[in-house]
Design a protein around this ligand. Structure first.
Ligand code: HEM
Length: 216
């Protein structure tokens, strides 16, 4: 592929940021499932030993939250829902058949849903995680609040795990997407097909404005 056909989608710092979130997510999700289900107790081994997992899991969660906040402030504008997204959502059956619908910008409606679901569940995980964090904070809350914290923490963790499974499936299923987050680029044909409005904006920035004829 010619260099001209490649469009930069993520810079190196953006990719490092994303993969830090992803690594923390995998570690926190697996160790969390290890605490929750007796049959998954062996998963606590991802953080060394069960004792270490108990200590490290909340810190890994806080790092994931902080790193995601950087992504949040970088991308929230691109994830605002607009009219074209409703068109996309109405035609979801066509998307499932690998057709494109509407004049999609940098992100499509599915990606936007993942983005907002991720920030909501991460906020709930952070707040409920603080409430149940022994020995530091849990002692300051009454038992019923800790019980509610445990419920909110478990439900939002399951929601985030399902959302990220959809996110990973979409990243691998839509051919040509994964290079965006691994090497930082996508092909021009990928951009034109899946994100036509974003493609036109990029090309408009690259095309120099016509030269003014200043005369003799
Ligand atoms: C663990 C495996 C993961 C893989 C393989 C993966 C893959 C990708 C890929 C390929 C993109 C670029 C998509 C595009 O630009 O069109 C992307 C973007 C993104 N990813 Fe992931 N990701 C993973 C985990 C996560 C996690 C755990 C989170 C958050 C909790 C996350 C949040 C995001 C966000 C916010 C974007 C930008 C899209 C947007 O703002 O709507 N990813 N990911």
């Amino acid at each position: 592929m010619k260099q001209h056909d490649r469009i930069t989608r993520y810079s190196a710092p953006e990719r490092i940021n994303h993969w830090l979130v992803a690594i923390c997510f995998v570690l926190a999700a697996l160790s969390g499932l290890g605490f929750f289900f007796p049959s998954f107790n062996w998963l606590m081994g991802v953080l060394g030993t069960p004792q270490l997992a108990r200590i490290l899991h909340p810190f890994v969660g806080v790092v994931m939250f902080a790193a995601f906040m950087i992504m949040f402030f970088r991308y929230w504008r691109h994830n605002l829902i607009n009219r074209d997204d409703l068109e996309w959502a109405k035609n979801i059956h066509k998307i499932a058949q690998n057709q494109e619908v509407g004049d999609t910008g940098r992100y499509n409606f599915g990606q936007k849903c993942v983005f907002w679901a991720a920030i909501v569940s991460l906020l709930l995980l952070l707040v409920s995680g603080i409430v149940i964090w022994r020995p530091w904070f849990a002692g300051s809350f009454p038992i019923p609040v800790i019980r509610l914290g445990l419920l909110v923490h478990s439900v939002s963790a399951v929601v985030l795990i399902v959302v990220i499974m959809v996110h990973i499936y979409a990243a691998l299923w839509v051919k040509g997407t994964i290079t965006a987050m691994v090497e930082g680029w996508v092909s021009a044909s990928w951009a034109k097909k899946h994100h036509p409005r974003w493609y036109r904006a990029i090309r408009a920035k690259q095309t120099p404005p016509p030269q003014q004829d200043k005369g003799p």
